[in-house]
Design a protein around this ligand. Structure first.
Ligand SMILES: CC[C@H](C(=O)O)C(=O)SCCNC(=O)CCNC(=O)[C@H](O)C(C)(C)COP(=O)(O)OP(=O)(O)OC[C@H]1O[C@@H](n2cnc3c(N)ncnc32)[C@H](O)[C@@H]1OP(=O)(O)O
Length: 251
C-alpha cells in the first residue's frame, strides 16, 4: 500500500509509504487522504491527526513526477491539481488539530502538505522548501494560501515561496514555520509534543479547531486555494515547466 493508517489510542496516524521515490504523492495516496478524513469523521474518539512519511530520509517529495509529468495541458493539470487540493483542504479542515511529523525532507507538494497542518514537528536533519519555482510553476495544492495563514512574518513567507529552495530545520523554526525541531525517534517526539494536548476532551479540541475553520471560511481560504490551483495550471502548460521536469527525470 502507498500509505498506512494506524490508530494509536486517540491519535490517528497517516504514513505516506513510498520511500523508494521519497514518498511522492500519487492517486493512491490521495485516496488514502480521503480515507483518513472518513476515519476521523466517523470516530469521535480521535483527538489528533498526524501525517508522516515512511523511512528516515523524506517526509514527502511532492507530486509523483513520473506520473504527473504526463499531464501537459492547463486543463489536464487543473483536473489533477484541483482534485488533490480539494482532498487536502478536507484534511486541513478536519475538526481536530493536525500534526505534520516530518521524518525528513519535505519539498514541493510535500512542503504544502506539511504547511496545511496545524503543527510541524521537524526532524533536525530535514530540509523543507517550496521548490516548485525551480520547475516553472507555483504551489499547486494551495501551499501558498496555507502559508499566509500561519502567522509568519510576511517577508519570510513570501521569501519561502519565491526563493524556491529547501531550508534547514533550525532556520524554519526561527521564522516560525516549524513548530518544533526534534532529534531521535519521531514517535517519541510526537508523544512528548502531544502529551498535554491529548488530555482535554475531544469536544474542547474540536471547538478550538472550528474557530480556525470559521476564520478560513470568513476569509475565503478555499477560494484562494482554488485560484492558486488555477494559476499553477496555467504555468504548468508552459514550456519552462515541462523542460524542467524532463531535465529532472533525465538527470
Ligand atoms: C504536482 C505538483 C506539486 C505541487 O507543487 O502542487 C509538486 O509537488 S511539484 C514538485 C515535485 N517534486 C519535486 O520536484 C521534488 C523532486 N525530488 C527531489 O528534489 C529530490 O529527489 C529529493 C530532494 C526529494 C531527494 O534527493 P536525493 O538526491 O536524495 O534523491 P534523488 O533526487 O536521486 O531521487 C531518488 C529517486 O527518487 C526519484 N524521485 C524523487 N522525487 C520524486 C518525485 N517527486 N516524483 C518522482 N520520482 C521522484 C528520483 O527521480 C530518483 O529516481 P531514480 O530512478 O533513482 O533516478
Amino acid at each position: 500500500m502507498a500509505y498506512t493508517i494506524e490508530k494509536r489510542d486517540e491519535i490517528i496516524i497517516f504514513e505516506i509509504n513510498r520511500p523508494a521515490i521519497h514518498n511522492a504523492i500519487n492517486g493512491e495516496v490521495v485516496e488514502g487522504f480521503q480515507r483518513l478524513v472518513q476515519n476521523v469523521k466517523t470516530d469521535n474518539s480521535i483527538k489528533l491527526a498526524v501525517i508522516t512519511g515512511a523511512g528516515e530520509k523524506t517526509f514527502c517529495s511532492g507530486g509523483d513526477l513520473s506520473v504527473f509529468h504526463m499531464l501537459k495541458t492547463e486543463k489536464e493539470a487543473y483536473a489533477m491539481l484541483s482534485e488533490t487540493a480539494q482532498v487536502l483542504y478536507e484534511v486541513a479542515s478536519l475538526d481536530i488539530p493536525t500534526i505534520a511529523l516530518l521524518n525528513g525532507t519535505a519539498v514541493g507538494g510535500g512542503c504544502e502538505i506539511a504547511t496545511l497542518c496545524d503543527f510541524r514537528l521537524v526532524k533536525k536533519e530535514a530540509k523543507c522548501g517550496f521548490i516548485q519555482g525551480k520547475l516553472g510553476i507555483i504551489s499547486g495544492w494551495g501551499g501558498g494560501a496555507y502559508l499566509f495563514e500561519k502567522g509568519m512574518r510576511h517577508d519570510h513567507a513570501l521569501q519561502m515561496l519565491t526563493e524556491a529552495v529547501p531550508y534547514t530545520s533550525d532556520y524554519l523554526h526561527s521564522i516560525g514555520w516549524a513548530t518544533e525541531v526534534y532529534e531521535g525517534d519521531k514517535y517519541s517526539a510526537l508523544a512528548k509534543f502531544s502529551e498535554k494536548m491529548i488530555v482535554p476532551h475531544a469536544s474542547v479540541l474540536k471547538a478550538y479547531k472550528k474557530q480556525v475553520i470559521q476564520k478560513w471560511e470568513n476569509t475565503q481560504l478555499y477560494e484562494r486555494i482554488m485560484k492558486e490551483v488555477s494559476t499553477c495550471s496555467i504555468l504548468w502548460e508552459q514550456d519552462a515547466h515541462h523542460e524542467a521536469v524532463d531535465a529532472f527525470l533525465k538527470r
